[in-house]
Design a protein around this ligand. Structure first.
Ligand code: NAD
Length: 290
């Protein structure tokens, strides 16, 4: 069982040490701002979690709450202010946004150097072409968990189930950068199970509870379950379910992330990691080893 909570705690501890190390010589702590539009309850939970984790590692957390009916131009004006604010080293706009607001216009307006979600086209391009950008947090967290479980990634067969811009595509690009042989599969792929059975590394990000069965998994494979699906248990109590049938997969996989307690905690820790990287680059400090 891959313990994502423990891995995330180790990463946060390392970041806290770095913040302390920079403390005596730097006048500004690394600053992370989060913009939330409206009151989506799931978004509020994420935003609170991000703020708490930011403060815990000694970084400065800034929250900007805008009303549900805010105009796109007012949101873009706030983004320009954050781009220009030297106390803000990284920021993100929490998704989803109200339908009136074009998410791509919002992402395009963010200074790529402060784009700690890694969604700006320049950062996407750098990920694919090999430059130094900021990498999306969830796939970066998955890669760190895979590296903890496997000595050598080069040459491994990696299968990514899902091709979203925030998980599947950047995950495939990261694994390719690690010299894996990468296959991306999706809703139009033929025979998902057959592809999965070839995988030494299987990353599943479909958003379909229990889609991947035990007999889809190669014995000994590293299985990373990104899925977060809300369900209920036999007593009607709320439950978070992964995309992999965990009980079946446990008997076959060499290493597997549980849901919850796997990828989720790494996502926020990697957001703080990106903030630290952005801070060091903006302040001309050497790239931290994290
Ligand atoms: P998405 O809906 O944008 O993309 C899902 C992808 O999976 C699509 O490319 C689709 O083609 C593919 N897919 C869906 N159903 C499929 C099926 N039956 N067969 C084959 N392919 C299928 O979702 P997303 O944003 O990439 O998120 C995926 C899951 O990961 C969701 O459950 C989401 O909640 C979760 N997630 C978790 C974290 C985390 O921090 N743990 C972060 C982001 C997303």
């Amino acid at each position: 069982m891959i313990d994502g909570r423990a891995a995330a705690a180790r990463l946060r501890a390392r970041l806290r040490d770095l913040v302390m190390e920079f403390g005596p010589t730097q006048d500004l702590a690394p600053g992370l701002a989060v913009v939330q539009v409206g009151d989506n309850p799931a978004s509020s939970v994420y935003v609170r979690g991000k703020a708490r984790a930011t403060v815990e590692v000694g970084m400065k957390s800034m929250e900007h709450k805008l009303p549900e009916d805010v105009s796109e131009s007012a949101l873009l004006a706030l983004i320009r202010r954050l781009n220009d604010d030297p106390a803000v080293h990284g920021f993100l706009v929490q998704l989803p946004l109200p339908a009136r607001i074009r998410p791509q216009a919002v992402v395009d307006a963010i200074d790529p150097a402060k784009d700690v979600d890694g969604f700006h086209p320049l950062n996407v391009g750098r990920l694919v072409s090999g430059g130094e950008g900021l990498v999306p947090c969830t796939p970066q967290g998955c890669l760190m968990l895979i590296r903890d479980s496997l000595d050598r990634l080069a040459g491994q067969e990696a299968v990514v189930l899902g091709r979203s811009n925030i998980v599947g595509k950047p995950m495939a690009a990261l694994l390719l950068r690690e010299d894996c042989t990468v296959t991306t599969i999706h809703t139009k792929s033929r025979d998902l199970a057959q592809h999965c059975r070839r995988a030494d590394i299987l990353v599943v990000a479909a958003g379909r509870a229990g889609l991947v069965r035990g007999d889809w998994i190669k014995p000994g494979a590293v299985v990373i379950d990104v899925g977060m699906n809300r369900g209920v248990d036999a007593d009607g109590k709320p439950l978070l379910l992964g995309d992999v049938d965990f009980d079946e997969a446990m008997d076959v996989a060499g290493a597997i992330t549980p849901v919850p307690g796997g990828v989720g905690p790494m996502t926020i820790a990697c957001l703080l990691r990106n903030t630290m990287i952005a801070y060091c680059r903006q302040r001309g400090l050497p790239a931290p080893e994290i």
